[in-house]
Design a binder for this molecule. Structure first.
Ligand code: SIN
Length: 390
């Protein structure tokens, strides 16, 4: 009797045990942060130089979005899950960024491509041109709906504005990054990427210029700037504000940026291999002409002066700026304040000295526009008109 009962009771105990253990195992595997789960891929997958096929068969009812990866914190890894400073940017390849967000397949067919793998402070003119040319190539494909570029946040706004000036398509281009590396607790990269793909695949995003999206917000490339060293809410458009929000896989727009962009600019990068050298000279009290002169001696054809207040130039530096302008170096006055317009013939005699003003562009964006403008003209009046147009 005792023997007969033994086998069924063992089976019952095993079944009960499995029933209790399986849900725990399932919930444990779900509770591993996605970025941590993909960590082994880091060592095994070097960044590919060529396009990577979409991991699943395309769904004809979804938009086709190309993900161009360039590095940054969104592809960064830290030693531990609490390493939110002192991590290494630009480590994860594009496949890992995509596989960390399986929900992407619900909103788009994604194809990833590793264009660069750098921390964005290392961005170069050549890097900008490489990204821009690839964006134009992929957007020229009729079946592509939009492009997402993953990028380090430090110079993200610069690449975004550059693309805003040189992309020859009305299709959406979204530049996205993250403030926390992929391995961090509450990493912001996966949701930022999901949101960026949602924006890039939406018909509502067409014709509005290049976007920057982090932290559930959508900003115009021309207007947005990084304002905080570590905050998730670092990207702000100061006087202008956001264009809208992105929620539950859908963008909500409330306004557009008014300046001309993309197909409405004359800037073509297709045949360019470099750009005219333009450097930024920063103003401060007790300013001296040393940095201005050094930039010119180094070959600068244009100088963006990040002036105090309304782009004011000190009496100590002004003679060197006027002398440079008379020699054909373009001097563009901007402001180090971070917002507001620099008014022509306000603090300086711009007409008389041949200076131009950067309107409300930050110095770093004024540099990009001046470099592109100088591929077309060196006439200060025509360059000035560009600053009022783009
Ligand atoms: C970088 O800009 O590449 C590093 C910082 C960041 O992405 O937040």
């Amino acid at each position: 009797m005792r023997k007969k009962l033994f086998i069924p009771s063992v089976l019952a105990a095993l079944t009960l045990g499995l029933l209790l253990i399986l849900p725990v195992m399932a919930s444990r595997s779900q509770s591993i942060p996605q970025a941590m789960a993909i960590a082994p891929v880091i060592a095994q997958s070097p960044a590919p130089a060529t396009p990577t096929a979409s991991p699943s068969l395309p769904n004809a009812s979804l938009p086709n979005v190309i993900l161009l990866a360039t590095g940054g914190t969104i592809a960064g890894t830290g030693a531990t899950s609490t390493t939110t400073v002192g991590y290494q940017a630009a480590k994860l390849p594009v496949e890992s960024l995509i596989s960390a967000v399986p929900e992407l397949k619900n909103i788009a067919n994604i194809t990833g491509e590793q264009v660069l793998q750098i921390a964005s402070e290392d961005m170069t003119v050549e890097g900008l041109l490489k990204i821009a040319k690839r964006v134009n190539e992929v957007l020229a494909q009729p079946d592509v709906s939009g492009v997402v570029i993953t990028h380090g946040t430090d110079t993200l706004e610069e690449t975004a504005y550059f693309l805003n000036l040189v992309t020859k398509s009305e299709k959406p281009v979204v530049v996205v990054g993250s403030m926390r590396p992929a391995t961090a607790l509450s990493a912001d990269g996966p949701l930022n990427l999901y949101n960026a793909v949602a924006i890039a695949g939406s018909p509502e995003s067409v014709g509005k210029g290049v976007f920057v999206s982090l932290n559930d917000q959508i900003s115009a490339a021309r207007e947005v700037t990084k304002t905080n060293t570590t905050s998730l809410n670092t990207f702000q458009a100061h006087d202008m504000g956001y264009l809208g929000y992105v929620e539950l896989g859908k963008p909500y727009f409330y306004r557009t940026s008014m300046r001309k962009h993309t197909v409405a600019t004359p800037f073509e990068v297709g045949t360019l291999t470099t750009l005219p050298q333009v450097d930024i000279v920063y103003a401060y009290g007790s300013n001296r002409p040393a940095m201005l002169n050094a930039a010119i001696a180094d070959g600068a054809k244009g100088i963006v002066y990040a002036g105090v207040g309304d782009g004011s130039i000190s009496v100590q530096l002004e003679p060197a700026a006027i002398a440079a302008s008379k020699k054909g170096i373009i001097i563009a006055r901007s402001s180090r304040t971070g917002s507001g317009r620099v008014v022509r013939n306000g603090e300086e005699k711009d007409d008389e000295n041949g200076f131009i003003v950067a309107d409300n562009l930050t110095p770093q964006k004024a540099r990009l526009l001046l470099m592109l403008g100088m591929t077309i003209t060196s006439d200060p009046q025509k360059l000035q008109e560009m600053f009022y147009t783009y």
